[in-house]
Design a protein around this ligand. Sequence first.
Ligand code: AMP
Length: 293
Amino acid sequence: MNATKWKMKKEKKLKLIDNIKELKEEIKHLRGTIGLVPTMGALHAGHRSLIERCVRENDNAIVSVFVNPIQFGVNEDLDKYPRQLNSDCQMCEQCGAKIVFAPKVQEMYSNKKDDLTLICPPYSLVDMLCGKSRPGHFDGVCSVVAKLFNLTKAQRAYFGKKDAQQLFIIKRMVQDLNFDLEIVPCEIVREENNLALSSRNKYLTEQEKILALNISKALFEAVKLYKTNTATKRAIIDNSLKLLEDLDVEYIELVDKTTFELQQEPNDNTLMLIASRTPQTKTRLIDNIEFVK
Ligand code: AMP
C-alpha cells in the first residue's frame, strides 16, 4: 500500500509519511517529546516492544521503516529483505505511534554510497565481530541513524540489545558527535523456545528453525557454566561449538560490555555474542547474552 492510500483510510490516527519535506512539516507541529524507533520493517514482537516503550515514554512516537541499502554488502540480502509496509503500519498504529516514516531510497540518498557524506565509527569498534564480517556495515548504520536523528529531532531513540555491537556503536556516535538525545537500550525479545526474534527468521526452513535454537541454547548454557565459577573461556566456547556444529559459526566471542573490548576470561561484565549461518538458506543469525552470577 502506498502512502496516499493509507492516508485516505478513515479514522486512522497514524500518519504514513514517505518524504522529508512532509516529515519536517509534521514535526514542526508536534507538541511534547518525540521518541524514535528506527527499523528496517517486517516488524515483529521484538520491534513491538521498542515501539510500545517509545509510546509510553514520549508524547509522540515515530517509527522509521527503511531498508537502508548502504548498510548491506554487495552479496547480502538487500533485494530479498522482507518488505510489508501495510502490516507494519497496522502494528505501529495498534501500539499508538503517531508517525511511520517510510521513505524511498532516493528520498534518503541522492547519490551512491561512495559519493555520500558518511559517519565512520572508530576502527577499534568495527574491526571485530559483525563489523569484521560486514565491512562498511556500521558506516551505513551510523549514517542513516544520524540522518533520522536530525530529521525527527527526537529526544529519545530506542534500540534493541539484540544488535549489541550496533547499540554500542550508536551510543558512541551520540557521545562523540554531541547528539542531544538519549539512547534507550531495550531487552531482547525471544520466542517461547528462546529463539531471538528477527526479521530474517522468515528465511528459515522448518529444519533450520530447530537448528537455530542451538544459538540461544549455547548462550544460556554459557551463563550456567559461568555460574559454576570454574568455567574458562575455552570451556565455554568449546561447549558452544559442540552445540553449533550443524551451523556455520562466524564468531563466538566474549567482550566487556562497558568497553566492547575482547576478553581473555569471563567476568560479571561479560557479554557473549554469537553469529552463525544456517546450512541451507545461509541465513545469518546473531544473538547475545550478559553474564550475571
Ligand atoms: P531491524 O529492523 O532489524 O533493523 O531492527 C530494528 C530495531 O529493533 C533494532 O534496534 C533492533 O536491535 C531491534 N530488534 C530487532 N529484533 C529484536 C528483538 N528480538 N528484541 C529486541 N529488539 C529487537
